[in-house]
Every structure is written in structure tokens, then in C-alpha cells.
Design a protein around this ligand. Structure first.
Ligand code: SF4
Length: 329
């Protein structure tokens, strides 16, 4: 059994809004083993990015707050750490890569200097330049000594994303959280960045939590997948098993969208409806307004995680009926 690195248990993250409390993360449990790659998949607004932000305790809004749950990294309780200790964890043991490198990089600082700063924040400036150049080379950027002095606007989108990945990995994190790392890039560059993440994972022994709307990307990079809908993980398991025999109607809808690196059709062309308002979740199963298999029970009772196979669970009453000996429809 691989050693566990990240353990999230019953995590609840709320955002206070004028409309009420948005339950952005609503009881998420997830684990990532050392060196493993886990894909967290769902539509926009499903809470997958907020799950990543919760791990780093770094939110895009000051109104977000973790209200319940546990987050452990290598057995350390991250929620018990004070702000200074958490700052050391960010960029040290855990790093994050975001969708759009253009907004992440400082336009008036040479890119090498920005990688060096990421190193210096944790280890100080002596040897920071040397480590930055090494990190730029590791992410496959040519002539890193000269590239160190170039500015973000002088680089292509793919090169900028490599710089951001160099910043994230210069301190050799145990876990990299990559949030839609290829969405802003064209198809050829997407494939190169995915290859890069897979190689870095192997060479640095780093675990990867890949947040994406694209099941095709997960199939290429991850061994395990967790499918998130309206703040909750509705299905999880070994990626090959989930793709071959999806147990939750939402996962089946995502797969029917057949998203891949080559083709990016919107999920909603295949699946009716949209993610519900997280400030006013429907009663019972939160997927029931969109579900083609909805039963009376689904409108009243929230389904628990039901085991389909070892390590493969889905929160859907259809499987309760199947285990009891036949469909309940
Ligand atoms: Fe559909 Fe019911 Fe399963 Fe929810 S519990 S996904 S509504 S069948």
C-alpha cells in the first residue's frame, strides 16, 4: 500500500455572499499517496479549484473560510498551522500552478529572477540563481542562462507556463496542485506540458493533484480520479476502472462529452442543465435535477458513497438498488 501524503477528510469550505452561504466545498474527502497522480474533475463551479485553494489555505476571496474538516500533509495537521507556518508549506512542501501564466508572472521582472525569488523565499538568496537556472533547464527551457534575463512578454504562452512550473518546482515540493494547467494553451503545447508534468513527477518523486474539466487529460496523466459535482465528490476510483465502468450518471455524462486533448466540446452540449447554485442546493441527491435516472428517493435522500469495486465508490442510489438485488426504478 503506497504511503499516504495528503489526506482530506470531510472538508467544508464556505463563502459568505449577499445571497447567503455558498457551500463551495461540501464534505470532500480525498487522499493522494506519495508520488501518485490524482485527477479532480468536474465542470466549472463544481468546487474543484476551491478544494485546491483550501489545501493551500489561499483563497481568491477574503470571504471564503474552512468551516469543518481535516487536511493532513505527511501526517501534519495543516489546519492547525499558523499563517507563518502555512506560508512555509506553500511553495515548500506544496506548490500550485494555475491556468493562465500571463496573470501569474510579474511583467516587469525577468523570469529567472522570479524563479530565484520563489527559491529564496524558502532557502534565502545564496545559490538562488543557480537553483533557478537548474529549474528552468529541468522544465525543458533552452539556454536557461540567457532565458533567466528575459521578460514574460518575450516568451510564448507555452514557455511562460514552463516558467511557472519551474517556480512551483524549484523547491522540490512533495505535492504539486495543477489547476487547469493547459487550458489557456493550444493543443500541441498542451500535450508537451502534460508530458512535462509526468516527467517532473517521475524525476522529482512528486505527487500531483491535477484539477481539470477534461477527463481526457486525466486519462493521460493520472492513476486515480475523483469526480466532483456541486461541492461534493460523487465518484472516485482507479482511473482505468472509472473510465471503463463509470458508476455515477454525472461521470457517464462527462464521459459522453468525450473531451480529449484533441477536441474540446463543452460538457453542456451532451449533458442538460448546469451546476446548481451552491447557495441553494437541491434536496436529496444534488444531481437529481439533471439526472436521466432520477427516482423518488433521489429527491428526498442524499446518497452516501456506495462501493462498486475495491477502491471504486459512487454516491448514487442506483447502486444501492443493485446491491439489494435489482433496480428500484
Ligand atoms: Fe441520479 Fe438518483 Fe443517482 Fe442522483 S442518486 S445520480 S438522481 S440516480
Amino acid at each position: 500500500m503506497p504511503e499516504s501524503l495528503l489526506e482530506i477528510e470531510d472538508l467544508h469550505t464556505h463563502i459568505a455572499t449577499p445571497r447567503g452561504i455558498v457551500r463551495a466545498v461540501d464534505g470532500v474527502s480525498l487522499s493522494v499517496a506519495r508520488g501518485a497522480a490524482v485527477g479532480l474533475v468536474g465542470e466549472s463551479g463544481s468546487g474543484k479549484s476551491m478544494t485546491g485553494f483550501s489545501v493551500l489555505r489561499l483563497f481568491p476571496t477574503a470571504r471564503a473560510r474552512i468551516v469543518r474538516g481535516r487536511i493532513r500533509l505527511a501526517s501534519r495537521d495543516l489546519l492547525a498551522l499558523d499563517d507563518e507556518a502555512m506560508r512555509r508549506v506553500r511553495g515548500g512542501e506544496i506548490a500550485m500552478v494555475f491556468q493562465d501564466p500571463a496573470t501569474f508572472l510579474n511583467p516587469v521582472l525577468p523570469v529567472g529572477r522570479q524563479v530565484a525569488e520563489a527559491y529564496a523565499m524558502r532557502h534565502g538568496w545564496p545559490r538562488a540563481r543557480e537553483h533557478a537556472i537548474e529549474a528552468l533547464a529541468l522544465v525543458g527551457l533552452p539556454d536557461p542562462d540567457r532565458l533567466y534575463h528575459r521578460f514574460p512578454h518575450e516568451l510564448s504562452g507555452g514557455m511562460r507556463q514552463r516558467v511557472v512550473i519551474a517556480m512551483a518546482t524549484v523547491c522540490r515540493p512533495l505535492l504539486l496542485i495543477a489547476d487547469e494547467p493547459t487550458t489557456a494553451l493550444d493543443v500541441t503545447i498542451q500535450a508537451q506540458i502534460l508530458d512535462l508534468l509526468a516527467r517532473l513527477r517521475r524525476e522529482l518523486g512528486m505527487a500531483l493533484l491535477l484539477i481539470t474539466h477534461d477527463l481526457g487529460i486525466v486519462a493521460e496523466v493520472c492513476e486515480t480520479v475523483a469526480v466532483m459535482y456541486a461541492g461534493r465528490i460523487v465518484e472516485s476510483g482507479p482511473a482505468d476502472r472509472v473510465f471503463a465502468a463509470p458508476g455515477h450518471p454525472y461521470t457517464q455524462g462527462l464521459l459522453a462529452s468525450a473531451l480529449s486533448v484533441e477536441e474540446t466540446r463543452p460538457i453542456t452540449r451532451v449533458m442538460e442543465g448546469t451546476v446548481p447554485d451552491l447557495a441553494a442546493l437541491p434536496a436529496g441527491c444534488r444531481f437529481h435535477p439533471r439526472c436521466p435516472f432520477v427516482m423518488d428517493r433521489c429527491r428526498a435522500d442524499d446518497p452516501p458513497d456506495l462501493t462498486l469495486a475495491p477502491g471504486h465508490v459512487a454516491a448514487c442510489w442506483l447502486h444501492d438498488a443493485a446491491m439489494a438485488g435489482g433496480p428500484a426504478r
